[in-house]
Design a protein around this ligand. Structure first.
Ligand code: 0X9
Ligand code: ZN
Length: 300
């Protein structure tokens, strides 16, 4: 089982998911949401205590180098399965949880074997490699904050859903889309909680509800270690960016609560967050998700 004092490799995370399904056969099933360019599974799991529940969907590791996101999401998974805290147990029971720690497996492997700060997938494009999988979704594709240059870290690909990772994952999500209440896209870093859309500062339909719920959840996040998050619209809080998973989920599936987390820190270590911050980052993030769940119940 995981110790939270080191970052895990893809094979370790996938073996751990398989173990969970064996340990909790009535509650946990492994799920394969898609396949990567190099043929790896996008493997995750579903936690379900029975039929008829609404869904919390957690997508993480779409950017390969953002190692704190799969680590945090694995911690959240374990808490949902083993915590004795009544609120956590209620959250686990009252929703179906779909959790995908590494949605860019080729990139994640590459960050372990060859290049720690790799962000994109690993598809060759001429003499270059990689499409930014968070610019490749079919929502305002290539409109803002995206590049047509394959050497760019924001290269959007040859067209919307040109990549097997985004194509297969979006198909998988669509099949359960009308049951999703909360969609979380996990990134780092910056300590931000971002709300769609990435192309405009115009508030979306339920913007004020979504932002107020997010702000309260970030209050819950700050209690344990004082970590401060800024909550707001993507375009206003960081930069304009389109073709992201969160925008697509909001636009096409109309999920009520869609958030992008940018986890620790605020730049001291950035993507090279030391392993001794895995546990505190995970704990405070879990606190915020429990608060989100609380509010979502009242909201829905
Ligand atoms: O640029 C990104 O893809 C995300 N930031 S990161 O530093 N982790 O790369 C933010 C994406 C938010 N944008 C939209 N959802 N439009
Ligand atoms: Zn990211």
């Amino acid at each position: 089982s995981m110790q939270w004092d080191a970052y895990y490799e893809l094979e370790e995370i996938y073996a751990w998911i398989d173990d969970l399904a064996k340990t909790y056969p009535d509650i946990v099933t492994t799920e394969v949401a898609g396949t990567s360019y190099e043929g790896r599974e996008i493997k995750g799991l579903k936690i379900s205590h029975g039929p008829g529940r609404r869904i919390v969907f957690i997508e993480s590791g779409i950017h390969a180098r953002e190692w704190i996101t799969p680590a945090t999401v694995c911690y959240i998974t374990i808490q949902l399965l083993t915590s004795n805290d009544p609120e956590t147990r209620a959250a686990a029971r009252d929703f179906d949880w779909y959790i995908f720690p590494v949605t860019n497996p080729d990139g994640y492997v590459w960050t372990h074997t060859d290049f720690r700060l790799w962000r994109k997938n690993r598809k060759p494009v001429g003499t270059e490699f990689g499409i930014d999988l968070n610019r490749n979704w079919n929502s305002n594709w290539l409109v803002k904050g995206s590049s047509t240059n394959p050497s760019s870290n924001n290269y959007a690909g040859l067209g919307p859903f040109s990549e097997p990772e985004t194509r297969t994952l979006s198909t998988y999500i669509t099949a359960i889309g009308n049951k999703i209440d909360i969609y979380l896209s996990m990134h780092s870093s910056g300590q931000l909680l971002l709300v769609p859309f990435g192309n405009t500062t115009q508030p979306l339909a339920n913007y004020y509800d979504v932002v107020n719920i997010g702000r309260r959840a970030m209050g819950a996040l700050s209690v344990r270690y004082g970590t401060e998050y800024t909550t707001g619209n993507i375009a206003e809080a960081i930069y304009h960016a389109t073709g992201s998973s969160a925008d697509w989920v909001k636009e096409f599936l109309d999920v009520p609560l869609v958030y992008i987390y940018e986890l620790r820190d605020r730049g001291t270590f950035g993507h090279l967050l030391p392993p001794d911050q895995i546990l505190p980052t995970s704990e405070e993030t879990m606190d915020s998700i429990i608060d989100l769940i609380h509010q979502a119940k009242r909201f829905g």
